[in-house]
Design a protein around this ligand. Structure first.
Ligand SMILES: Cc1cc2nc3c(=O)[nH]c(=O)nc-3n(C[C@H](O)[C@H](O)[C@H](O)COP(=O)(O)O)c2cc1C
Length: 426
């Protein structure tokens, strides 16, 4: 299989402009800007069915087509480089190793949506990525690959890099926009959607780093080439994350639809120390748990939805059988409790309550009616808030109980429960 996204991931330093150009970077941007109209670019990306890699899998070309064709004033591209989802570390690789690929994607997307400023909102902790991007933008500006009259056309583009301050919610696109504007990082009610009222009240498209990194290849090789890769409903390659106690954790570029088993066993080399697999998280913390017997699942958004979960960011977290699911779920609930922005009370209270209940189970002090309470919290918080954060904290706890109820049963307090942790320890 020919890789295209991860070609330089083995490097210890970012690929500089000279090398990047020798590999063909910016050649596609030059051809496209000189020969294609913005709408032709949108049509090609639509035809490729490139779906967003930030977690929601919304078609990028369709999103771009919502932007005004004859803007009265500025439109913006905002690059989501917040990468806060636990288990996800693929945008970081792209930015640290191949920043000019992202810049070329930004150039092409900005041209398509008629934006002349692109804001790149980067997670504050990503210092190496930030430095690589600052250097790449400087190189591109000096080489007139950013700035006025690009490639002799009248298209101009500036890229502004903005560092976040370490809040998971700022990855949600409208919280990100608020944060970019210097406001509290709280999601905005939708509608209006960013294409109508985005950054600074102007039409805005928000795209994930990996989504944009695919764009130069689609425009160079064509929509048909892209559509032939991976799962028909979500084509292309995906940068899968693999973490947990496997022999070779890391980022793997594979077609969408690759099975979780291939990732864990072939590429990851299986679990260390001969451990057995108990469960795995298919695509970042908010996608919840699947049991080991689901390992043959094809990793594409539709198949995972049929399984009651999501592909999310494609960040697989492996859970070995010596870890209690209750404890794994508690790690996530503590994270979500900490990261709820607190704007909507069902989310603020729901995240805190679910963490308290999971902590009870983990201590072996669960109540018999805590099972109902968890269902209640999930019902009472999801679909009642400005963003989908409650879905993110409800998924892990509900799936943990669905697939591993016996482990929760043993977390119910003694003395009425002979299998409880507390009973056994007494
Ligand atoms: C709580 C929450 C956190 C999110 N974090 C990120 C993130 O860190 N990076 C990202 O690209 N998208 C994140 N998203 C998704 C974005 O809202 C948005 O869908 C995405 O940036 C759009 O880009 P795409 O269409 O290219 O995938 C998050 C969504 C939610 C609800």
């Amino acid at each position: 299989m020919e890789k295209y996204l991860s070609l330089h991931f083995e490097r210890s330093t970012p690929l500089g402009l000279e090398e990047a150009r020798a590999q063909g970077r910016y050649a596609t941007a030059e051809t496209v800007l000189r020969q294609k109209a913005p709408d032709e670019v949108i049509e090609e990306v639509k035809a490729a069915n490139l779906r967003g890699r930030g977690g929601a899998w919304f078609p990028a070309g369709v999103k771009w087509s919502f932007m005004p064709k004859e803007p009265q004033g500025p439109s913006y591209l905002v690059v989501n480089a917040d990468e806060g989802e636990p288990g996800t570390f693929k945008d970081r690789q792209l930015m640290e190793k191949n920043p000019h690929l992202l810049l070329e994607g930004i150039l092409l997307a900005s041209y398509a949506i008629r934006a002349h400023t692109a804001y790149l909102y980067i997670r504050g902790e990503y210092l190496a990525s930030y430095r690589a991007l600052v250097q790449a933008v400087k190189e591109a500006r000096e080489a007139r690959l950013l700035g006025p009259n690009l490639f002799g056309t009248d298209f101009h583009l500036e890229v502004v890099i903005h560092r976040g301050a370490g809040a998971y919610i700022c990855g949600e696109e409208t919280a990100l926009l608020n944060s970019l504007e210097g406001r509290r990082g709280e999601p905005r009610p939708k509608p209006p959607f960013p294409a109508v009222y985005g950054a600074f009240g102007r039409p805005t498209t928000v795209n994930n780093v990996e989504t944009l990194a695919n764009v130069p290849f689609i425009l160079e090789r064509g929509a048909r080439w892209f559509r032939d890769l991976g799962a028909p409903t979500a084509p292309g390659h995906l940068l899968f994350g693999l973490s947990g106690p496997v022999r070779r954790p890391g980022v793997y570029e594979l077609p969408t639809g690759t099975t979780a088993r291939e990732l864990v066993e072939e590429h990851g080399g299986g679990l260390i120390g001969g451990k057995a697999l108990k469960a795995f998280v298919p695509g970042g913390a908010s996608t919840g748990f699947l049991p080991a017997d689901a390992l043959d699942v094809e990793m594409d958004p539709e198949t995972l939805r049929e399984r009651g979960t999501m592909l999310g960011t494609g960040g697989i977290i492996v859970i070995p059988d010596d870890v209690r699911i209750v404890d794994a779920a508690r790690v996530f609930s503590r994270f979500f409790r900490h990261e709820t922005c607190g704007q909507c009370s069902p989310c603020r209270e729901g995240a805190a309550w679910s963490d308290r209940v999971l902590a009870r189970f983990a201590r072996g002090e669960g109540h018999r009616d805590d099972f109902d309470l968890i269902e209640d919290i999930a019902r009472g918080s999801t679909r009642r808030t400005i963003c989908v954060f409650p879905e993110a904290f409800a998924g892990p706890m509900l799936s943990a109980i669905r697939h591993f109820r016996d482990e929760f049963e043993s977390g119910v307090a003694a003395p009425d429960n002979p299998t409880s942790v507390a009973h056994q320890e007494a």
